[in-house]
Design a protein around this ligand. Structure first.
Ligand code: KG4
Ligand code: ZN
Length: 340
């Protein structure tokens, strides 16, 4: 019988539920985004996020089951994000998952949010197209790191950012340019009209020649550029920035440059011919285009999730949950929410 998994995701600012068959076939996917509630503050407010999850979690789960045309008794298991994330947010999804699993006698499966993002990159590829080990790049609002992925269930970190995440840099630069939150989509849309070579923003490279990212210096360079090179000058109003599109394009190019070059160096070092890319920044068109092309020139294949499954969703949780189920990796009802 086909094994259906209900996935539940509430680690940050999206309340999501999905039903996925055998790790691949998506029967339903519901994402209730809180972006509008947080936009006013320019970032995610944990208190608001937990309350909003509480309001949405049961209706979102109901809709996911309805749209999949199934009931709780048709499920093989319930998979839920239990780490990492905002603890108050994680607890909402986790409590709902535990209650449903307990009352229906269903297996409960705790899923690692980052491993699930990486798994999303493999879901659209033909079966067996992804040959492990692979290098995985995760670039989102909260994380920017490289991993060695030995299987969907086995990942170890190769490098990370020493300060901001790539998505966070997009959000901060968007704010400087007067663009709405979340900044990634807005900056990349404006960048389409600009020249990526107009401003030579700095590219970070670790002094020890190792792998690693840093985006806070880049953000400061953008700020100083906007102030006309005078660090102490006031930040100009949006309508007084003559080269907004060039700033957006040149900033984006610097981020993409760092992500592409470091990822390909990691693949070379690890001897991997396949690269998985995931997280909200994996939606970025310039990143997708440049990484795919430059990897190909080195004989490396790249896998990206469908754009809708780059950002937080429950399809990736249900998908990876099925692999845990197949491997007999079930969780107890003492499963805890772990922020890190
Ligand atoms: O994975 P995600 O939904 O949430 C976290 O787990 O952080 O990623 C959200 C981040 C935001 O910082 C957003 O600005 C960024 O991904 N993002 C993008 C694009 N779409 C979303 N960054 C660059 N280009 C995009 N097209
Ligand atoms: Zn995420």
């Amino acid at each position: 019988m086909t094994e259906l998994i209900l996935g539940i995701e509430s680690s940050c600012d999206e309340t999501a539920a999905a039903v996925v068959a055998e790790g691949r076939s998506v029967l339903s996917s519901v994402v209730d985004s809180q972006v509008a509630e947080h936009a006013l503050y320019g970032g995610v407010v944990p208190e608001i996020a937990s309350r909003s999850h509480l309001r949405s979690i049961l209706p979102v789960i109901d809709r996911a089951l309805d749209e999949a045309g199934c009931g709780l008794d048709d499920l093989a298991a319930i998979a839920v994000t239990h780490r990492p994330g905002l603890v108050g947010s994680l607890l909402v999804g986790l409590s709902a998952a535990k209650a449903l699993a307990f009352t229906r006698g269903l297996p409960l499966i705790g899923v690692h949010h980052i491993e699930a993002h990486v798994y999303a990159a493999t879901m659209g590829a033909p079966r067996d197209a992804v040959r492990y080990p692979c290098v995985a790049l995760v670039a989102s609002g909260g994380h920017t790191a490289l991993y060695l992925s030995r299987s969907p269930l086995e990942m170890s970190q190769l490098a990370t950012t020493r300060d901001d995440a790539a998505g966070e840099a997009f959000d901060k630069v968007a704010h400087l340019l007067g663009l709405p939150y979340p900044g990634g989509p807005a900056v990349s849309a404006l960048a389409e009209q600009g020249d990526p070579g107009a401003i030579p923003f700095p590219r970070y490279r670790p002094k020890d020649g190792g792998l690693g990212f840093s985006f806070s210096g880049l953000k400061t360079a953008v700020l100083y550029h906007l102030r006309g090179g005078d660090a102490l000058a006031p930040t100009p109003e949006v309508d007084q920035i003559p080269d907004r599109a060039d700033v957006a394009a040149s900033f984006q190019e610097a981020v993409v440059d760092a992500l592409v070059k470091t990822t390909l160096r990691a693949a070379g070092q690890e001897g991997c011919e396949q690269v998985l890319v995931a997280g909200g920044v994996a939606c970025n068109r310039r990143l997708r285009q440049r990484l795919a092309q430059e990897a190909l020139e080195e004989g490396i294949a790249t896998f990206f999730p469908e754009p809708e499954w780059c950002t937080d969703n429950a399809v990736m949780i249900a998908g990876l949950g099925w692999h845990h189920l197949s491997a007999g990796q079930l969780s107890g009802f003492d499963l805890d929410a772990l922020p890190r």
